[in-house]
Design a protein. Structure first.
Length: 216
């Protein structure tokens, strides 16, 4: 990503706040949604199933809650988001049952229904400002995609390093880092990914600031 792609006033900071995929990824930068990644995303297939669940769950919850918040007493926005998320999950589980085998879904355990109360889904209700439906759609979609990207990245890395396979296909006879499929190994691997990711973002920020200083 070249720094000259940005305007060198405050546009980079605005883009950073809005970009939930790379520059301000909710997992890497804010530490949200860690439980499914650490425990359930032990393989790329599990990660894909979690992604299929979280994208409609997060987007639809945010949109419906934005609508309801305009016609209900906004003081109860936390309850509005929680109940909305629980109702949306019913449809999400039905979708999952049509796309995947019951045995595969069972591998996710309780971390699939726990997405209903995951901070990454409910965090928006903490803000007292009401949200436009169009804003809920765009921000919900970009946040969900950023989360799905991180889940799939971690699921793929854990399967390759911990099981020597990718999406069930064997790559190595001996996995290079077997502990990666365990929560302890996932924490270590996520720490490395977060450090590298944040390092790249910091390097981009420094380059932008240097270029901005040169233009002043």
């Amino acid at each position: 990503m070249r720094p000259e792609l940005f305007d060198f006033d405050d546009s980079f900071e605005r883009r950073t706040r809005r970009d939930r995929i790379f520059l301000n990824n909710p997992v890497i930068m804010q530490g949200l949604g860690l439980a499914p990644i650490i425990v359930a995303a032990t393989s790329l297939k599990n990660a894909v199933m979690l992604s299929v669940a979280v994208i409609p769950l997060l987007v639809l919850t945010r949109i419906i809650a934005a609508v309801l918040a305009r016609v209900t007493y906004f003081r109860f926005r936390g309850l509005t988001y929680s109940v909305t998320s629980a109702v949306v999950y019913i449809g999400v589980y039905y979708l999952m049952s049509k796309l995947f085998l019951a045995a595969d879904i069972a591998q996710l355990g309780l971390y699939l229904p726990l997405l209903v109360v995951d901070p990454i889904v409910l965090k928006r209700y903490e803000r007292p400002q009401k949200e436009l439906v169009s804003t809920a759609l765009s921000k919900g979609a970009i946040t969900a995609l950023g989360y799905a990207l991180t889940i799939c990245l971690m699921g793929a890395l854990r399967e390759v390093l911990g099981a020597g396979a990718i999406y069930g296909r064997v790559l190595f006879d001996q996995p290079p880092f077997p502990i990666a499929v365990l929560p302890a190994g996932a924490f270590m691997l996520l720490a490395v990914v977060m450090a590298a990711w944040r390092g790249v973002v910091s390097a981009i920020r420094r380059q932008v600031e240097l270029e901005r200083g040169a233009r002043l």
